[in-house]
Design a protein around this ligand. Structure first.
Ligand SMILES: C[S@@+](CC[C@H](N)C(=O)[O-])C[C@H]1O[C@@H](n2cnc3c(N)ncnc32)[C@H](O)[C@@H]1O
Length: 276
């Protein structure tokens, strides 16, 4: 099993990704894509947990753009927790946004601690997805929401060689499952009102534009900061990324679901008991 903490992001990779995706973001789409993952769910005044919070861009957006009450970000990399904390403080939001280093495994929070469990492009790193989604269910309050964007694989064996090639090229020991796999996992964890959204064609368009920028206007900046070889290696990785999106091997998606409200759980339990 890959230990997520050992397959982390170097300072250089973080810098390269932030140059492409914007400060605070180690994933595509910026605050607009964060808003699309929320899918219109109103998080104003709510307590949000961000799993795999990275450099913290989404967390600032939660408070500034969506009026979140509090945000707790958790990440396995201490460097990210320090960086994101510093940025939240600099933004004047240190009283609303806090971070914690975690180990992969059980979340260090009491049952029913949050209204929203959010995650963007981080659960791809998590080997034990069933356990993580069960933990997300546990720490949510009844009626709370799971709001996730993730890099997923296409369905079926036909794309497996391309999925393996993508995972190899990315070099983070990704554990990739499909949108349908996530649906089955969160259904087993107890969530209802499950909504799935395929984001492949959106990201194919974005990644193609990112590749054009890497080969064009961004290239001199890359070369200046990290050298010619690093610029070329990034372009080659982005070519694999675009190819993986084209074949459907890489097929990002959004998942929204609800932890049933307490009254509904009680009604179900009564129903089950009545059948005994
Ligand atoms: C691609 S980055 C995304 C970061 C951020 N969510 C974003 O969209 O910019 C993935 C993040 O997940 C973190 N991560 C990896 N394994 C994890 C785990 N088991 N639990 C929590 N975070 C994890 C990494 O350290 C990294 O910060």
């Amino acid at each position: 099993m890959v230990d997520e903490a050992d397959s982390g992001y170097s300072e250089e990779e973080t810098g390269r990704l932030e140059l492409i995706w914007g400060e605070g973001f180690l994933s595509p789409g910026g605050p607009e894509e964060v808003a699309r993952i929320l899918g219109g769910y109103d998080i104003a005044g709510r307590d949000v947990l961000d799993v795999g919070s990275g450099a913290g861009g989404a967390d600032i957006a939660f408070v500034r753009d969506h009026g979140a009450g509090t945000v707790v970000g958790v990440d396995v990399q201490e460097g990210f927790v320090n960086l994101a904390t510093q940025r939240a403080v600099t933004a004047g939001l240190g009283d609303r946004i806090t971070y914690r280093v975690i180990d992969p495994g059980p979340l260090p929070f009491d049952d029913a601690s949050f209204d929203v469990v959010f995650s963007k492009d981080a659960i791809i790193h998590v080997q034990e997805k069933e356990a993580l989604y069960t933990e997300a269910f546990r720490v949510l309050r009844p009626g709370g929401r799971l709001l996730v964007g993730d890099w997923l694989r296409g369905d079926g064996d036909a794309v497996t060689p391309q999925v393996d090639a993508f995972v190899e090229a990315a070099g983070h020991g990704f554990a990739m499952v499909s949108l349908r796999d996530v649906e089955a996992i969160i259904d087993r964890a107890g969530f209802d009102n499950i909504e799935l959204q395929d984001r492949r064609s959106w990201y194919l368009g974005e990644a193609t534009a990112e590749l054009e920028r890497l080969c064009g206007e961004m290239r001199p900046k890359f070369v200046e900061r990290w050298g010619e070889d690093a610029a070329q290696a990034e372009i080659e990785f982005w070519e694999v990324l675009v190819a993986s999106l084209s074949t459907g091997a890489l097929s990002p998606g959004h998942v929204r679901a609800r932890k049933p409200a307490a009254a509904e759980v009680l009604a179900l339990a009564h129903e089950a008991l009545a059948g005994c």
